[in-house]
Design a protein around this ligand. Structure first.
Ligand code: I3P
Length: 127
């Protein structure tokens, strides 16, 4: 799977964001923020646990396995600063009713993620 990610031409973006899942199948969950290595590849957003502080330049696949993966087809994206005391928060909701908050302290970085994910969702909507 990791080799597929690394060599795939569909790799759109990768980086470190703060993440918490807030709903599973429409059922609300307790927030548990943690840093997550996020990879946008093809139609999926893939999350990896962040073993140390990784950066795009020093990331090595090593033995890391995806923690979870989100199908972006039919997903909805909204800025959601009202859902957190943190700044730069957006909410991603999947068709299956899973909801995630993603956050970065860096304004430009979170904006790039938002726009890139929204572009993928829009492309899938048109298919
Ligand atoms: C939560 C924790 C979260 C916070 C959340 C708290 O407490 O402090 O960081 O979310 O606020 O409930 P606990 O660790 O005891 O579960 P934010 O950082 O996003 O504000 P919330 O309940 O207002 O969502």
């Amino acid at each position: 799977f990791l080799l597929k990610i690394i060599f795939t031409p569909e790799l759109e973006k990768a980086g470190l964001l703060n993440k918490t899942k807030i709903a599973e199948g429409g059922r609300k969950l307790r927030k548990n923020w943690s840093p997550s290595w996020v990879v946008l590849v093809g139609n999926s957003l893939v999350f990896f646990k962040d073993p140390k502080s990784q950066t795009p330049s020093n990331w090595k696949p090593g033995n890391s396995r995806p923690e979870s993966s989100v199908d972006l087809r039919g997903a909805q994206l909204h800025w959601a600063n009202e859902l957190s005391s943190k700044k730069n928060v957006f909410k991603l909701r999947t068709v299956t009713g899973n909801e995630f908050l993603l956050q970065s302290e860096t304004d430009s970085l979170i904006k790039e993620w938002y726009d890139t994910i929204q572009n993928v969702i829009d492309r899938l909507d048109r298919e």
